[in-house]
Design a protein around this ligand. Structure first.
Ligand code: MV4
Length: 503
């Protein structure tokens, strides 16, 4: 039995996990850095322990501080959330060694999937399609040339210890190949302490489609369908939706079976995600497996009705899955927009700082997973994600319209956000038609930034005009009291321009 869970994370995901704990009657323990003393997860949990200074290395990545907190709190289990230590096999091992339950897969599964070359080998054995490519690269330049030739240019060099877009290098022709391999190896050793790299055929205009799976400790594995995650910028996802507008039911079923095989091949336990790349002809290939709860999990929860955090906790308690595949259906359509504290008009620079006002959207089919409140200061040390806006509607068209309505209601002042940027994604014809791939943001960047740079100027101009008008009328009133046209000043409209108008 798990009676108390320590959440080794912060921000919206810590709050999200504590919410499920509360519903299950499980006590929650928050941990925090010096920058997070007044953070929502600390306020919302049943108890909280300080880890260390603000930098992650001192706090949310500090394994011994986290284990000490768990010991002091007498927690039974640790939930790692996403990011930080969530895919760190050493952490999972130490949690177990301390007599605690790690809410996640075994260190074996984490390690096997964390090594991308090993994961490719495992998938090959399990008959899961992988991107055409190589195994470990040999030291012979001639062999590297012939491997690349066989795969066909362009090829991608990927670090075996990389993933999520880290440690990749695109090679267009043989003349760049060897220099690129050398660079990739030296980058990989610096970034990951491991210089193993391999080659993959570079797919043009791919879709990123991932499958959610759930596995228990009794050999049962189910899938909870896909998430289309192609709307991303520099490997940072911005919009996710399910079902994918790009695939048919036949392909969906085929991919789902491969996702289940992938999970079974590493004796997976808990919630996991199999990422696929799909080309324009609907050929799909295993890319990597994420051995954690993902940021975008709520859209899956919304269409399937499954609380993935509760499911993770029950699996960790060795309970068999209480759902069978036939019971899991995709009902309606769900879209998530990630709301970041960033300035799209200024190269998407992070925009941490004080939240002066926040009005979150409400109403039918709207969920927000966030953690900020009025007067909260977003620290500079961590991810700039403020919240996730998750919409459900019976159809994709209605979900987009509802998302636009919810974004219209969403008001945050004090910091810059990407709210109007995602609003423009919802209005982009290619998105509305479901006609987009991983290059969508790059290809439509001018259209998507329309206003973000100019709007600021327009607001400045509006303010200057309003001020001049106000002064002008003031003078008129003082100097020419008898003038009928200046009897009323423009104070009312002037005030409207400046006052915070929630809509
Ligand atoms: C690729 C690829 C094309 N061909 N591999 C980026 C994230 C990492 N998980 C793998 N990535 C890619 N791998 C081959 N062989 C294109 C990408 C890629 C991408 C993948 C998913 C979502 C967004 C992306 C954006 C640019 C490149």
């Amino acid at each position: 039995m798990i009676k108390k869970i320590l959440i080794a994370n912060r921000g919206e995901i810590a709050v999200r996990i504590i919410r499920s704990c509360r519903e299950m009657g499980i006590l929650s323990v928050a941990v925090y850095s010096d920058a997070d003393r007044s953070a929502m997860h600390v306020r919302y949990a049943d108890e909280a322990y300080r880890l260390g200074a603000a930098p992650s290395s001192e706090s949310y990545l500090n394994i011994s501080a986290i284990l000490n907190a768990a010991k002091k709190a007498k927690a039974d289990a640790i939930h790692p959330g996403y990011g930080f230590l969530s895919e760190n096999a050493e952490f999972a091992t130490k949690v177990k060694a301390a007599g605690l339950i790690f809410i996640g897969p075994s260190p074996y599964s984490i390690t096997a999937m964390g090594d991308k070359m090993r994961a490719r080998e495992l998938m090959k054995k399990a008959n899961v399609p992988i991107v055409p490519g190589s195994g470990a690269l040999s030291d012979s330049e001639a062999e590297i040339y012939s491997m690349a030739e066989e795969i066909g240019y362009p090829v991608m060099i990927k670090a075996s210890a990389g993933g999520g877009g880290k440690g990749m290098r695109l090679v267009h022709s043989a003349k760049e190949l060897i220099a690129s391999v050398k660079l990739a190896k030296s980058e990989a050793i610096t970034a990951f302490g491991n210089d193993a790299v391999y080659l993959e055929k570079y797919l043009l205009e791919p879709h990123h489609i991932e499958f959610q799976i759930l596995a228990d400790n009794h050999g049962n594995v189910v899938h909870l369908y896909e998430r289309e995650c192609s709307v991303q910028r520099r490997h940072q996802k911005v919009v996710e939706e399910t079902p994918s507008p790009f695939i048919t039911d036949t392909i969906r079923q085929e991919m789902a079976l491969h996702a289940i095989s992938a999970a079974k091949s590493v004796n997976y336990s808990g919630a996991g995600t199999i990422e696929f790349l799909m080309d324009k002809n609907h050929n799909f290939y295993f890319l990597e497996m994420n051995t954690r709860l993902q940021v975008e999990h709520p859209i899956t929860e919304r269409v399937t009705g499954v609380d993935l955090v509760k499911a993770q906790i029950k699996v960790a308690m060795n309970e068999p899955l209480d759902l069978i595949q036939e019971d899991i259906q995709q009902r309606g359509h769900s879209i998530e927009c990630r709301i970041y504290a960033e300035d799209p008009g200024n190269g998407f620079r992070p925009s941490p700082g004080l939240i002066k006002q926040i009005t979150e959207p409400l109403g039918l089919g709207v969920r927000t997973d966030g953690y900020v409140y009025e007067g909260y200061e977003i620290p500079v040390y961590y991810d700039p994600l403020i919240s996730k806006l998750i919409i459900w509607a019976p159809t994709r068209k209605e979900a987009i319209d509802r998302m636009k309505r919810a974004l219209f209601e969403y008001k945050i002042t004090g910091i810059k956000t990407n709210i109007s940027f995602v609003q423009r994604i919802m209005e982009a014809p290619a998105f509305v038609e479901g006609n987009y791939n991983t290059h969508f943001i790059d290809e439509h960047i001018d259209e998507l930034l329309q206003g973000d740079q100019k709007c600021e100027q327009r607001e400045d101009i509006a303010m200057i005009i309003a001020y001049l008008d106000y002064q002008n009328k003031q003078h008129k009133r003082m100097d020419f009291h008898k003038d009928a046209s200046s009897k009323s000043s423009n104070w009312k409209n002037f005030g409207r321009l400046f006052r915070h108008n929630p809509y």
